[in-house]
Every structure is written in structure tokens, then in C-alpha cells.
Design a protein around this ligand. Structure first.
Ligand SMILES: [Ca+2]
Length: 224
């Protein structure tokens, strides 16, 4: 049958032709579906593997920095006024003593040194002695005032001649631990200021002022 004849024959029976086409389409779809399934199963059987596995997450780690903080007599602003060491109308042979509590209120151990700066015409006549580990005593005998410290003297007797003069040098630096409950987070620092009996008349009616500075560093730090 020629194409021309077939086309005319199909045009005269349109419903049969449609029905055939539907069946053909359905068949074709099933074939494609089956072929597709076969292809899927074929690849799956070649590439799909499964193994049991597990993983563990390690978390909860945090870091915080320590606090290095020292106080004198619990003064929070690091500016303590030490009137207790003052003495008026000194005469040769008199002295005055006072002590403070140095405390490590931080969270890490520290060491501290100290410098002092003085001024005034009386300054060259004064001698200072610094002690740790003991408190002070002031007495008056025959009008003469005498101050003394218990504990251990650090270094030698001091005459202040230079600004920021080392009075607790690195050699004598003091360690104070942070509060771990064993009671070693405080230290008593005691100072004696004396006008020796050997000083001359040039120190009459003079005065001196002294500022003591404690310098704390973390344990093991090199000297500043
Ligand atoms: Ca402080």
C-alpha cells in the first residue's frame, strides 16, 4: 500500500486509529519503564555498598585568661594613702614603723618588687628599712619615739637618692600566691623610717614625702 492510500484509509476510520495509537503508547511506556528499571537495577547492583559507621564529637572546651591583681590593705583602686607611717616633729634618734597587708586578689600567682620616690630637704637624712612577714610596733621611751618591724629585712638600710629607686629589688622580689584556700595569698609588708641620731643640724624644720610603689608581675616574668 502506498503512503497516499494508507493515509486516506486512516482518515476514514479515525477512532480505530486513535485506539491503536493509545495501545501502542501504553505498550511503549511499559517498555520504557521496564527498561529503565532494568538499567537502575543494573547500576545499583554494581555501585551500592553500605557499612556500619559511627562518629564522636568532642566539645565543651573553653579557655579563660587569668587575673593578676594585687591590693594593699584591700584598697581596690590601687592608690592607698599610708598616713600611718607619717611622723611629725622628728628629732634625731626617732623612728616610725607601719605595716600593710599586701594581698593577691587575682587568680594567678604573682611576684612583686618595689620602688620609692622621695622629695624634700629632710629626705637625705632619713633611712628606710623594709621587712616582710612581720608587723610593726611603735613605742615612746623618754619622749623618744621608736618604731620597729618584726619579720625579715629585705636588703640593706635605704637612703632615697633617685626617683623610682628600687627598694625591693628583683633579687628580693616577693611571691604571693592567689587564693587557693591555704592562706598564702597575703603578706605583711612593714617599713621603718628613721632619722638617725648622727644627722646634723641642717635637718631642723625640714620635711620629706615618700611614695612607695609595688610592682607586681606574673610568676616567671622577666624583670621590667
Ligand atoms: Ca590592684
Amino acid at each position: 500500500m502506498s503512503k497516499h492510500t494508507a493515509a486516506r484509509h486512516a482518515a476514514s476510520r479515525p477512532r480505530a486509529s486513535l485506539s491503536f495509537s493509545a495501545r501502542s503508547l501504553a505498550h511503549s511506556t511499559r517498555v520504557r519503564a521496564l527498561l529503565s528499571l532494568g538499567i537502575f537495577l543494573g547500576f545499583g547492583s554494581l555501585t551500592t555498598f553500605a557499612y556500619f559507621s559511627d562518629s564522636v564529637t568532642i566539645s565543651g572546651t573553653t579557655f579563660t585568661s587569668g587575673t593578676l591583681d594585687m591590693t594593699v590593705n584591700s584598697e581596690a583602686d590601687d592608690d592607698y594613702t599610708w598616713a600611718a607611717l607619717s611622723l611629725g616633729d622628728m628629732v634625731p634618734g626617732e623612728s616610725r614603723a607601719a605595716s600593710v597587708t599586701v594581698q593577691n586578689v587575682g587568680t594567678v600567682p604573682l611576684t612583686y618588687t618595689a620602688t620609692a620616690t622621695g622629695s624634700g630637704a629632710l629626705l637625705p637624712g632619713l633611712i628606710f628599712r623594709i621587712y616582710v612577714g612581720g608587723s610593726h610596733t611603735n613605742t615612746t621611751t623618754n619622749i623618744l619615739k621608736t618604731g620597729s618591724c618584726a619579720g625579715t629585712q629585705l636588703g640593706q638600710d635605704i637612703v632615697l637618692t633617685d626617683p623610682d629607686q628600687a627598694v625591693i629589688s628583683d633579687v628580693n622580689k616577693q611571691r604571693i600566691n592567689n587564693n587557693t584556700g591555704v592562706g598564702d595569698d597575703t603578706q605583711t609588708l612593714c617599713v621603718v623610717a628613721a632619722l638617725p641620731s648622727t644627722v646634723g643640724n641642717q635637718y631642723q624644720t625640714t620635711s620629706a614625702g615618700v611614695t612607695l610603689t609595688l610592682n607586681a608581675l606574673q610568676l616567671g616574668a622577666p624583670p621590667e
